[in-house]
Design a protein around this ligand. Structure first.
Ligand SMILES: [Zn+2]
Length: 278
């Protein structure tokens, strides 16, 4: 039984502020240890419940955050970028389950720790088939494409509530409560590790209960960028449709192609995002 663990950083135990999730800060170096601690708990729970192989994908920013030297030696790590499937790179139909570790709520979610959707400064909202969607929800369509269920999510209370509202009664661990975009009431590392390990075990025991999150075809992603410049530059791609001064859309019958088009728009749009004007 193979398990795939998709990891982000903003929903990790103890993480609340920007200095913890951006390279070059002392707080970041500590937060990398927090991240590896949460992951190791999920890896341990997976092996407790009969996993034979666990692959961890580092999905935050530089995608080189996880401390390999401290990672459970039974796991393998997908590290570095660029990855065309981003936080789901390397997933295929051979896996029995996906775990989300350290996930965060979508941009604009009240009191959700470092709430954003893919790009902190350039994206105001992303909609999938007309409805605002989080990274957890958008990534779940990739799992659905490969026929793999999402079995576990860890993050703050808002991220867990948002994801379970669309993914159903999957296993979850609230590792902190969001009090503001940059304030959390957090569990300790040891306390959350116990909860994550237990939830990971239950997730694999219950895995047959969880639906595969398939998305009806065709799928359309709409991006509301923060500025007109970001939207305009993405129309260099001929399949990108400008739907408003700041809004673009991509559509495809194949979820992976639609996701890659979305991701391409985000990568390109971000290159013209301005530090002050957005
Ligand atoms: Zn992140």
């Amino acid at each position: 039984m193979k398990v795939y663990i998709s990891v982000d950083m903003e929903g990790i135990t103890g993480v609340a502020v920007k200095a913890q999730v951006v390279e070059g800060h002392a707080a970041y170096e500590r937060a990398r240890r927090f991240m590896t601690n949460d992951i190791n708990a999920a890896v341990a729970g997976a092996f407790d419940a009969g996993a034979t192989e666990v692959v961890v994908n580092d999905g935050h920013f530089t995608m080189t955050n996880i401390l390999l030297e401290d990672l459970d030696p039974r796991a393998r790590l997908i590290t570095g970028r660029n990855k065309h499937l981003a936080q789901m790179e390397g997933l295929d139909s051979s896996y029995a389950a996906v775990f989300y570790v350290g996930y965060h709520a979508s941009v604009g979610t009240a009191n959700a720790v470092i709430n954003h959707t893919y790009l902190g400064k350039a994206v105001r909202e992303i909609r999938r088939n007309g409805r605002a969607a989080s990274e957890a929800e958008i990534n779940s369509g990739i799992a659905g494409h490969f026929g793999v269920p999402i079995a576990l999510i860890t993050g703050d209370d808002k991220a867990v509530a948002e994801a379970t509202a669309v993914l159903g009664n999957i296993e979850s661990v609230v590792v902190k409560r969001g009090l503001d975009r940059y304030v959390a009431n957090t569990l300790t590392l040891q306390a959350s590790a116990v909860l994550i390990r237990e939830a990971a075990q239950r997730a694999l025991k219950r895995v047959k209960e969880f639906p595969v999150p398939r998305v009806p075809s065709p799928v359309t992603f709409e991006i509301d960028f923060m500025s007109t410049a970001e939207a305009a530059i993405t129309t260099l791609f001929p399949t990108v449709e400008l739907r408003g001064p700041r809004t673009v859309a991509v559509t495809d019958h194949d979820y992976l192609k639609a996701f890659k088009a979305l991701y391409g728009c985000l990568v390109l749009g971000n290159t013209v995002a301005d530090e002050i004007f957005g």
